[in-house]
Design a binder for this molecule. Structure first.
Ligand code: CO
Length: 284
């Protein structure tokens, strides 16, 4: 019997740039949207070189989904068409529901030093794609954190872990978003219940980890994403030393996905409408 989900596939992502020349690695690419439904995109960014991030993301639109930005290090200023503004910095999270439409900018508020983090796109169910936009910033100290034995820290960005509720809950897709730190150089083990019905993946950004399903073990190294199999309700992770990773899971929507750049809808007609609304100034 399987005692854990296993690693179905290792993904190293595509080096690319977005916004005004911000260098990043796109881990969850369009060809994985169906497999990892309800997630549409995961980008990892991380650089000491100001030229890799200084251009930022000037004004651009979104419609039909949610963006979750998790900043590990650095400072980024956000402005949007709904009048929201906020500063995202070390350990903070910004959750934005674009719904029927938002135009926003995300610009670095630093001229040197390291900037690193992730941007995840979470799809909205068809009935919520045209909802009123919503937005919230969580400072690092507002992100619920729990300490387990063996020096393991869990930061809970979304969902519930070990009976603790995270910063954000969503009904239909029930997203789980954890940042897990193995803090001991002798390593530790960690378990999380993730129902089989949820699609799940993890990304290691420091050290390396091992996922064992009872018969086989897979190592996931630094800067690798592992897609998790859907054949167990448990995830077991072990490390031999210090490591850090994010674990993301959610219930698939099973609806059609039509993406055109920053718009993600269910039909081509809805995309044409989004482009038209943006051109006419009716998006946000
Ligand atoms: Co954006």
């Amino acid at each position: 019997m399987k005692t854990s989900r296993s690693i179905e596939k290792i993904v190293r992502g595509q080096k690319t740039s977005d916004g005004n020349g911000v260098k990043l690695t796109r881990l969850l690419t369009q060809d994985l949207q169906k497999r990892l439904d309800p997630f549409l995109m995961l980008d990892a960014f991380g650089s000491e070189e100001a030229s890799d991030y200084i251009g930022g993301f000037p004004d651009h639109p979104h419609r039909g989904f949610e963006t979750v930005t998790y900043m590990l290090q650095g400072r980024m200023r956000h402005h949007d068409s709904a009048g929201n503004s906020g500063l995202l910095h070390d350990g903070g999270v910004q959750w934005m529901t674009a719904g029927k439409g938002v135009i926003h900018s995300e610009m670095p508020e630093q001229k040197n030093g390291r900037m690193s983090g992730f941007q995840l796109w979470l799809n909205l169910p068809s009935k919520e794609k045209m909802c009123t936009p919503w937005y919230k910033d969580f400072r690092s100290e507002e992100v619920p954190e729990i300490q387990l034995e063996d020096g393991v820290t869990i930061r809970i960005i979304a969902g519930t872990s070990h009976h603790a509720r995270g910063a954000v809950q969503r009904e239909v897709t029930e997203p789980l978003y954890l940042d897990i730190h193995f803090n001991k150089d002798t390593g530790a083990s960690f378990e999380e219940v993730i129902p089989k019905t949820s699609n799940a993946f993890l990304y290691v950004y420091e050290g390396e980890i091992t996922v064992s399903d009872g018969s086989k073990s897979n190592v996931v190294k630094k800067e690798e994403m592992g897609i998790l199999s859907n054949d167990s309700d448990l995830l077991k992770i072990k490390t031999a030393g210090m490591a850090r990773l994010i674990v993301i899971a959610g219930k698939p929507l099973g609806e059609s996905i039509v993406q055109y750049g920053p718009f993600v809808m269910n039909t081509k007609e809805q995309i044409i409408q989004a482009v038209e609304d943006f051109r006419n100034g009716n998006l946000a």
